[in-house]
Design a protein around this ligand. Structure first.
Ligand code: HEC
Length: 151
Protein backbone atom coordinates (compact mmCIF):
# COMPACT_ATOMS: atom_id res chain seq x y z
CA UNK A 1 0.00 0.00 0.00
CA UNK A 2 2.76 2.36 0.94
CA UNK A 3 4.40 1.70 -2.40
CA UNK A 4 1.22 2.54 -4.31
CA UNK A 5 0.87 5.81 -2.42
CA UNK A 6 4.46 6.70 -3.28
CA UNK A 7 3.89 5.93 -6.95
CA UNK A 8 0.71 8.00 -6.98
CA UNK A 9 2.49 10.90 -5.29
CA UNK A 10 5.29 10.71 -7.85
CA UNK A 11 2.73 10.69 -10.67
CA UNK A 12 1.01 13.72 -9.18
CA UNK A 13 4.30 15.59 -9.03
CA UNK A 14 5.10 14.67 -12.62
CA UNK A 15 1.69 15.68 -13.96
CA UNK A 16 1.90 18.85 -11.84
CA UNK A 17 5.16 19.69 -13.61
CA UNK A 18 3.57 19.12 -17.01
CA UNK A 19 0.72 21.46 -16.08
CA UNK A 20 3.17 24.19 -15.18
CA UNK A 21 4.93 23.80 -18.54
CA UNK A 22 1.58 24.19 -20.36
CA UNK A 23 0.48 27.12 -18.24
CA UNK A 24 2.69 29.66 -20.02
CA UNK A 25 2.14 28.45 -23.59
CA UNK A 26 0.14 31.53 -24.58
CA UNK A 27 2.56 34.00 -23.00
CA UNK A 28 5.40 32.33 -24.90
CA UNK A 29 3.44 32.48 -28.15
CA UNK A 30 2.57 36.12 -27.56
CA UNK A 31 6.13 37.23 -26.84
CA UNK A 32 7.61 35.22 -29.71
CA UNK A 33 4.91 36.65 -32.00
CA UNK A 34 5.83 40.15 -30.87
CA UNK A 35 9.46 39.35 -31.73
CA UNK A 36 8.47 38.08 -35.18
CA UNK A 37 6.45 41.21 -36.00
CA UNK A 38 9.60 43.16 -35.22
CA UNK A 39 11.98 40.77 -37.02
CA UNK A 40 9.95 40.63 -40.26
CA UNK A 41 9.69 44.40 -40.46
CA UNK A 42 13.36 44.82 -39.65
CA UNK A 43 13.98 42.47 -42.58
CA UNK A 44 11.96 44.77 -44.86
CA UNK A 45 14.14 47.72 -43.85
CA UNK A 46 17.30 45.61 -44.16
CA UNK A 47 16.39 44.54 -47.70
CA UNK A 48 16.05 48.18 -48.73
CA UNK A 49 19.24 49.16 -46.90
CA UNK A 50 21.20 46.52 -48.82
CA UNK A 51 19.55 47.43 -52.12
CA UNK A 52 18.01 43.97 -52.46
CA UNK A 53 14.59 45.58 -52.69
CA UNK A 54 13.84 48.99 -54.15
CA UNK A 55 13.61 51.84 -51.66
CA UNK A 56 10.02 52.82 -51.00
CA UNK A 57 9.55 55.59 -48.45
CA UNK A 58 5.97 54.60 -47.67
CA UNK A 59 6.74 50.88 -47.21
CA UNK A 60 9.78 51.75 -45.09
CA UNK A 61 7.67 54.00 -42.86
CA UNK A 62 5.03 51.30 -42.50
CA UNK A 63 7.69 48.77 -41.44
CA UNK A 64 9.12 51.20 -38.89
CA UNK A 65 5.61 51.94 -37.57
CA UNK A 66 4.96 48.21 -37.10
CA UNK A 67 8.19 47.88 -35.12
CA UNK A 68 7.18 50.90 -33.06
CA UNK A 69 3.69 49.49 -32.41
CA UNK A 70 5.15 46.14 -31.30
CA UNK A 71 7.61 47.98 -29.05
CA UNK A 72 4.61 49.51 -27.24
CA UNK A 73 3.52 46.08 -26.02
CA UNK A 74 4.33 45.82 -22.31
CA UNK A 75 6.82 43.09 -23.06
CA UNK A 76 7.88 42.32 -19.48
CA UNK A 77 4.29 41.40 -18.58
CA UNK A 78 4.62 38.44 -20.96
CA UNK A 79 7.46 36.97 -18.84
CA UNK A 80 5.89 35.80 -15.56
CA UNK A 81 8.15 33.90 -13.20
CA UNK A 82 8.41 30.25 -14.27
CA UNK A 83 7.74 30.95 -17.96
CA UNK A 84 11.41 30.85 -18.95
CA UNK A 85 13.20 28.54 -21.35
CA UNK A 86 14.69 26.36 -18.63
CA UNK A 87 11.21 25.46 -17.39
CA UNK A 88 9.40 25.50 -20.73
CA UNK A 89 10.20 23.71 -23.92
CA UNK A 90 10.20 26.01 -26.96
CA UNK A 91 11.27 29.15 -25.13
CA UNK A 92 14.76 30.67 -25.12
CA UNK A 93 14.05 33.26 -22.41
CA UNK A 94 16.52 33.26 -19.53
CA UNK A 95 15.06 32.66 -16.07
CA UNK A 96 16.83 35.84 -14.86
CA UNK A 97 14.24 38.11 -16.55
CA UNK A 98 11.55 37.76 -13.87
CA UNK A 99 14.01 38.84 -11.16
CA UNK A 100 15.45 41.75 -13.14
CA UNK A 101 12.46 43.48 -14.69
CA UNK A 102 14.04 46.92 -14.36
CA UNK A 103 17.04 45.89 -16.48
CA UNK A 104 14.80 44.09 -18.95
CA UNK A 105 12.49 47.12 -19.26
CA UNK A 106 15.48 49.37 -19.85
CA UNK A 107 16.55 47.27 -22.85
CA UNK A 108 12.99 47.21 -24.14
CA UNK A 109 12.81 51.02 -23.81
CA UNK A 110 16.04 51.31 -25.81
CA UNK A 111 14.35 49.40 -28.63
CA UNK A 112 11.33 51.73 -28.33
CA UNK A 113 13.57 54.78 -28.65
CA UNK A 114 15.29 53.32 -31.73
CA UNK A 115 11.85 52.53 -33.21
CA UNK A 116 10.62 56.12 -32.63
CA UNK A 117 13.71 57.41 -34.43
CA UNK A 118 13.16 54.91 -37.24
CA UNK A 119 9.59 56.13 -37.80
CA UNK A 120 10.80 59.74 -38.00
CA UNK A 121 13.71 58.99 -40.35
CA UNK A 122 13.20 56.04 -42.72
CA UNK A 123 10.92 58.03 -45.02
CA UNK A 124 13.56 60.69 -45.65
CA UNK A 125 15.74 58.65 -48.02
CA UNK A 126 17.95 55.58 -48.33
CA UNK A 127 20.83 57.27 -46.45
CA UNK A 128 18.73 57.11 -43.28
CA UNK A 129 18.41 53.33 -43.41
CA UNK A 130 21.94 52.33 -42.37
CA UNK A 131 22.04 54.25 -39.08
CA UNK A 132 18.44 53.23 -38.30
CA UNK A 133 19.27 49.55 -38.87
CA UNK A 134 22.37 49.91 -36.71
CA UNK A 135 20.40 51.38 -33.81
CA UNK A 136 17.58 48.82 -34.03
CA UNK A 137 19.98 45.89 -34.45
CA UNK A 138 22.06 47.09 -31.50
CA UNK A 139 18.95 47.13 -29.30
CA UNK A 140 18.07 43.51 -30.25
CA UNK A 141 21.61 42.29 -29.66
CA UNK A 142 22.00 44.02 -26.32
CA UNK A 143 18.87 42.38 -24.92
CA UNK A 144 19.42 38.97 -26.48
CA UNK A 145 22.99 38.80 -25.13
CA UNK A 146 21.72 39.40 -21.61
CA UNK A 147 18.31 37.77 -21.50
CA UNK A 148 18.21 35.02 -24.10
CA UNK A 149 19.59 31.50 -23.71
CA UNK A 150 22.35 31.20 -26.36
CA UNK A 151 21.28 29.04 -29.33
C1 HEC B 1 14.13 43.60 -24.04
C2 HEC B 1 14.66 42.42 -24.63
C3 HEC B 1 14.57 42.14 -26.10
C4 HEC B 1 14.72 43.01 -27.16
C5 HEC B 1 15.00 44.50 -27.14
C6 HEC B 1 14.59 42.20 -28.35
N1 HEC B 1 14.36 40.90 -28.03
FE1 HEC B 1 14.06 39.35 -29.32
N2 HEC B 1 13.85 38.07 -27.75
C7 HEC B 1 13.94 38.40 -26.42
C8 HEC B 1 13.70 37.22 -25.60
C9 HEC B 1 13.71 37.17 -24.08
C10 HEC B 1 13.46 36.17 -26.49
C11 HEC B 1 13.10 34.72 -26.12
C12 HEC B 1 11.58 34.61 -25.97
C13 HEC B 1 11.13 33.18 -25.70
O1 HEC B 1 11.52 32.26 -26.47
O2 HEC B 1 10.38 32.96 -24.73
C14 HEC B 1 13.56 36.72 -27.84
C15 HEC B 1 13.39 35.99 -29.00
C16 HEC B 1 13.48 36.52 -30.29
C17 HEC B 1 13.26 35.76 -31.50
C18 HEC B 1 12.91 34.26 -31.57
C19 HEC B 1 11.41 34.05 -31.43
C20 HEC B 1 11.04 32.59 -31.44
O3 HEC B 1 10.05 32.22 -32.10
O4 HEC B 1 11.72 31.77 -30.77
C21 HEC B 1 13.42 36.62 -32.55
C22 HEC B 1 13.28 36.30 -34.04
C23 HEC B 1 13.76 37.91 -32.00
N3 HEC B 1 13.77 37.81 -30.61
C24 HEC B 1 14.03 39.04 -32.75
C25 HEC B 1 14.32 40.29 -32.21
C26 HEC B 1 14.69 41.44 -33.01
C27 HEC B 1 14.83 41.45 -34.51
C28 HEC B 1 14.88 42.47 -32.13
C29 HEC B 1 15.30 43.89 -32.39
C30 HEC B 1 14.75 44.66 -33.48
C31 HEC B 1 14.64 41.95 -30.79
N4 HEC B 1 14.31 40.61 -30.88
C32 HEC B 1 14.72 42.70 -29.64
C33 HEC B 1 14.20 39.64 -25.91
C34 HEC B 1 14.36 40.80 -26.66
Amino acid sequence: MKKIVTVLAAAAILSGGATVAQEYKNQIKARQGTMWVIALNLGTLGGMAKGETEYDAEAATMAAESIQAASNVHFASLFPEGSDGEMNEGSTAKPTIAGDLAGFNEKWAALGAAADKAVAEVGTGTEALGPVMGALGGACKSCHETYRIPQ
